[in-house]
Design a protein around this ligand. Sequence first.
Ligand code: PGA
Length: 256
Amino acid sequence: MPMRKRIIAGNWKMHKTLTEGLELVEMLKAGYEPDGYYEVVVHPPYTLLSPVSKALEESEIRLGAQNVFYEDRGAYTGEISPVMLKDIGVEYVIVGHSERRKYFHEDNETVLKKVKAVLRHGMKPILCVGETLEERESGKAREVVARQISILKEIPVGDMEDIIIAYEPVWAIGTGKTATPELAQEMHAFIRDTIEKMFNREIAINVPILYGGSVKPGNVYDLTSEDDIDGALVGGASLDADSFLAIIKNAARKII
Ligand code: PGA
């Protein structure tokens, strides 16, 4: 049985000019010592994808995008297609980030179209799910996450090996409030269970589930030590080379 992938991904969000982005990549390249345990991915903004792709040519660090449109081409002013991303070496695409859902009104239907578009072009979607504080406090966290995950029933079984899930409780993103490892583990296990019910045990065992929300060098070990936490999607702390490198270094290398 193949061992599931473990990933540390840095989501730069709307940060970094060309000079700043290239400087960060050079520092990451210089400091990163691959040990084969985690796949390391950076997700710069669209404007930097092409230059960062070139800068990463000889590196083990992989390239990801933060978003995508679901059509391949056409009159969609301002959008970027999966064909364009694939063309410049993008391998991972974040889909359905809570900031996209909140500020750009992406619903589960749109998110599903994007997941399919990413898969269609041989890239890997990182599907973000997670509840708001209000949803958690009203006891609806599992229900919300289950609904977000349920779009995967439209994905052919054979494509499930390219799916990555990121559990990012909205109340923990950019707030400094990390979910406790226990709370995160509980939701990760629930997600894996839900995937098992939708598909089968083998698919559930192999789907990587990352945690996101105020991951820092100081908390990444405890989070990734949990059985069902297969890595991290890091926002703020991925903008600084030293802290992102420390996160990669400190993340748990557990025996599965
Ligand atoms: P944060 O963001 O690490 O800054 O909380 C995580 C994310 O939104 O992916």
